[in-house]
Write a protein that binds this ligand. Structure first.
Ligand SMILES: Cc1cc2nc3c(=O)[nH]c(=O)nc-3n(C[C@H](O)[C@H](O)[C@H](O)COP(=O)(O)OP(=O)(O)OC[C@H]3O[C@@H](n4cnc5c(N)ncnc54)[C@H](O)[C@@H]3O)c2cc1C
Length: 303
């Protein structure tokens, strides 16, 4: 409920203009590494020095025209070149809408394919983030197609709040693939998504266990200590090898526990967003936690 309200208020023009004007220094900087690639590279190096890998997100979604989609894909190409050149322990996470999918399906697929092809050439990887539920089927179809062409170099995301995710995972378990399991960050109707946190949490546990059991490389992406504890119990009880999964968290959230997991010898990765188009990402982080909104509102008020 809190999330639905915040995400719909965030759509208003007045709110978005005010937040875009003042919000970076006063709030978004906590969750976004910076507005430039240089800042993202510096944040990646710092995390790598602590034994934590990164996945880099050049922020932006729902581009408006072909030119914007091509510019976004070019920015990702530049990012892949930097990762390769500097031998960063990092891969990329992207959104299909940013690659132009909503304007022209074939354009979105071809821009994404080119980036996955580069990742395969560099022995690296592209994660296709999951957007709202109008994109679920098309994202999974494109993932299946790209996996066939570049197995091991592309992965996607399943959201525990969606009622369909268990079936989606079942349908994609005919061979071991690569999934990130998350709770889900968008505003969704109750016909499609579980409204209660307890149901989402139960489904998260179920998806993580199903994914590990099916032999998928599984990114357990949560800041929730209960989910992490549950996953670790399952992993120990079933002797899941440590190179079959990793823990992931978002830049600026709970990194202390990611560091602890890293020190215990588990694979860990931080999701590092950067770029000037940080508004939508930032509002999703505010919508996840009332305390974040309060903190941000106070900072704006005392400006
Ligand atoms: C690496 C990664 C990639 C992701 N990719 C996607 C994606 O592709 N698609 C998608 O829909 N969602 C994605 N998400 C977001 C995810 O769906 C959740 O919205 C988000 O992770 C919060 O859920 P949680 O599992 O941390 O559990 P929650 O129950 O929401 O939170 C558990 C605890 O974590 C801390 N916490 C959680 N969120 C915040 C916050 N914003 N600020 C401060 N503390 C917080 C709090 O202590 C909270 O009590 C991703 C998350 C991660 C970690």
């Amino acid at each position: 409920m809190f999330r639905q309200v915040i995400l719909s208020v965030a759509d208003s023009r007045v709110v978005s203009q005010t937040v875009k004007r003042y919000g970076f220094q006063m709030g978004a900087r906590r969750f976004v590494a910076g507005e430039t690639l240089e800042e993202a590279v510096a944040a990646t190096r710092a995390m790598n020095a602590e034994g934590i890998a990164a996945t880099l997100d050049h922020l932006g979604e729902s581009v408006r025209d072909v030119g914007e989609a091509q510019a976004a894909a070019a920015a990702y190409g530049e990012l892949q070149t930097r990762i390769q050149k500097e031998q960063l322990d990092a891969n990329v996470s992207l959104k299909l809408s940013m690659m132009g999918l909503d304007i022209n399906h074939d354009l979105g697929v071809s821009e994404t394919r080119a980036l996955v092809e580069t990742a395969a050439r560099h022995q690296n990887f592209v994660r296709i983030d999951m957007e709202d539920s109008t994109h679920t089927s098309v994202t999974l179809d494109i993932f299946r197609e790209l996996w066939r062409e570049f197995p091991g170099h592309v992965g996607t995301v399943l959201q525990a709040y969606l009622r369909r995710s268990v079936d989606d995972l079942g349908a994609l378990s005919d061979e071991p693939r690569n999934f990130r399991i998350v709770k889900g960050a968008y505003s969704e109707p109750s016909e499609r998504a579980y409204p209660s946190k307890a149901d989402v949490d139960d489904n998260f546990v179920r998806l993580v266990e199903m994914s590990l059991e099916a032999g998928h490389y599984t990114a357990i992406a949560t800041h929730d200590e209960r989910m992490i504890g549950g996953a670790l119990r399952y992993i120990r009880a079933h002797d899941v090898p440590r190179d079959r999964f990793e823990f992931q968290m978002l830049y600026g959230i709970n990194l202390g526990s990611l560091r602890e997991l890293s020190r215990e010898g588990y694979r860990t990765r931080v999701y590092i967003p950067y770029g000037t188009d940080w508004y939508a990402y930032f509002t999703r982080r505010l919508a996840e936690r009332p305390a974040n909104l309060l903190f941000f509102a106070r900072a704006l008020w005392s400006r």
